[in-house]
Design a binder for this molecule. Structure first.
Ligand code: FMN
Length: 451
């Protein structure tokens, strides 16, 4: 079965999406509209709503980009866990994927927030573990420079271990609240952590009871060597940045092999390529929307935006010449840099041709056409092992998401590729993931947990 998730936020995934006459305005900070998007996605039986995040207003040093506003720049928006807690009260089944950074947060506060979100949502919390891709975030945390990648991932690894330790603080039956005997809690069903590591010293226990899912579902998007290793050890699901199906399959195979090397099953890790879907009643209609949105991108932002995505200033190179060598390491978004460079080299693209191809999807896959056309492409990715699901973004909102739900979802269901109803109440149940067992308390007493 394919799993679908979509992006909240409100700008649409196309750089010109927010300018479309039928696109909503003000969505980034409008709770009613976020609720409406969540309800559309839940009507489409999506597994997850996703909100990306950073800790800075980006591109202030690049005026053209700052004014152009893409969804990946999110100059203002809701803090993700806060928004998801609000959406939990207006939805009942869809999972809530909030981004939070291990580079600038503390494990104690974050473990608490996600445990609370899981309780508030009846077991639908999901954490996008990031190490902060935007270098400028550091300046809001007292650092002039971005923390180097190796250090970020070392901290991330210890951070996740500490969170898991805190989430294991309480047995599920720790609170009998027996009015007759006067026993509120069982002191033998809680455990301190006493973690003393390189980056953190955390005593524990957590002051939130064992959450319905045991741990939130863990997502990760890192594509570098340490990023993949972190995902292989801890993540239930990973984003893939794969310009084409072969790259996607290679990434998926690599991640599944890494999971096995960490003592997990290959199927324990789910792969979600990012894609933008233009779904319409006819190919001509889909093309028309695509061209209309393309015309809303100012030509002056093409080179700066591509420069941003590949983390290299391309302004000094001829726009109708090839990209320079991009094999050098960068501290931020290495995944887009590598994928875009490989695509440009493979197809012999100039800088102009590269940005024309990349900007409509911001480096992700493009699916365009009727529901049948788009379902064919998605099925090919799924059947080839490149995708267990998709981060399926709509180019403009809300109508792009409505087309996905009203046209594409029935076609996927007709093919038996997609659920016709939610089968569980927690996100883990809907994804077919087990509830992690709490290693400190015996299973006989802890009821619902599985090994
Ligand atoms: C679909 C997707 C969503 C992402 N969301 C965020 C985000 O919300 N915040 C963030 O700091 N980084 C985000 N990233 C960046 C990744 O966390 C990661 O830093 C990036 O892919 C580079 O990989 P590396 O960290 O292994 O070099 C995202 C990446 C992808 C592909």
């Amino acid at each position: 079965m394919l799993s679908l998730m979509t992006t909240l936020g409100g700008l649409g995934s196309h750089l010109g999406g927010w300018r479309h006459p039928r696109a909503w305005t003000g969505t980034a900070m409008n709770l009613d509209q976020q609720i409406e998007l969540a309800r559309i996605a839940e009507r489409g039986l999506f597994d997850l709503l996703f909100l990306a995040d950073g800790n800075a207003v980006r591109q202030m040093d690049k005026p053209a980009l700052f004014e152009a506003v893409s969804f990946s720049d999110r100059p203002t928006g809701f803090e993700p866990v806060t928004l998801m807690a609000a959406l939990a009260q207006h939805t009942s089944r869809i999972g809530l994927l909030a981004t939070a950074t291990t580079t600038y947060e503390q494990p104690w506060t974050l473990a608490r927030k996600f445990a609370s979100l899981d309780h508030l949502s009846g077991g639908r919390a999901c954490w996008n573990i990031v190490t902060s891709s935007y270098p400028g975030d550091s300046r809001n945390f007292g650092r002039e420079d971005h923390v180097p990648r190796g250090e970020r991932y070392a901290r991330a690894s210890e951070f996740v271990e500490v969170c898991k330790g805190l989430w294991d603080s309480w047995a599920p039956d720790a609170f009998p609240e027996d009015k007759d005997s006067g026993r509120y809690l069982r002191a033998d069903r809680v455990r301190t952590l006493d973690h003393h590591g390189v980056h953190f010293d955390v005593a524990g226990p957590l002051n939130v009871a064992r959450m319905p899912q045991g741990y939130p579902v863990l997502f990760h998007a890192g594509q570098s060597e340490p990023g993949r290793e972190l995902a292989a050890r801890h993540a239930d699901c990973v984003f893939s940045v794969s310009g084409d199906i072969k790259v996607g399959r290679d990434f998926a195979t690599d991640m599944r092999q890494r999971a096995v090397r960490h003592g997990r099953a290959a199927s324990d890790i789910r792969i979600y390529p990012g894609a933008t879907a233009y779904v319409a009643q006819s190919m001509a209609e889909a093309d028309e929307l695509f061209e209309e949105l393309q015309s809303l991108i100012s030509p002056s932002v093409g080179v700066p935006y591509l420069s941003k995505l590949v983390e290299e200033d391309l302004s000094g190179y001829p726009v109708d010449g090839p990209l320079p060598d991009l094999s050098g390491e960068v501290s931020g978004l290495s995944s887009f840099r590598t994928t875009i460079a490989a695509m440009a080299e493979r197809d012999g693209l100039t800088i102009r041709e590269t940005y024309e191809r990349v900007l409509p999807t911001m480096g992700h896959v493009l699916f365009k056409g009727t529901a049948t056309d788009v379902a064919d492409q998605m099925q090919e990715w799924h059947d080839s092992g490149a995708a267990d699901g998709f981060l399926l973004s709509a180019p403009a909102l809300p109508f792009g998401l409505e087309s996905i739900v009203d046209l594409l979802v029935p076609e996927l269901q007709r093919r038996g590729l997609y659920r016709t109803a939610y089968t569980g109440s927690t996100l883990r149940e809907n994804l077919g993931l087990p509830i992690p067992r709490n290693p400190h308390f015996d299973l006989a007493l802890s009821g619902t947990e599985q090994s």
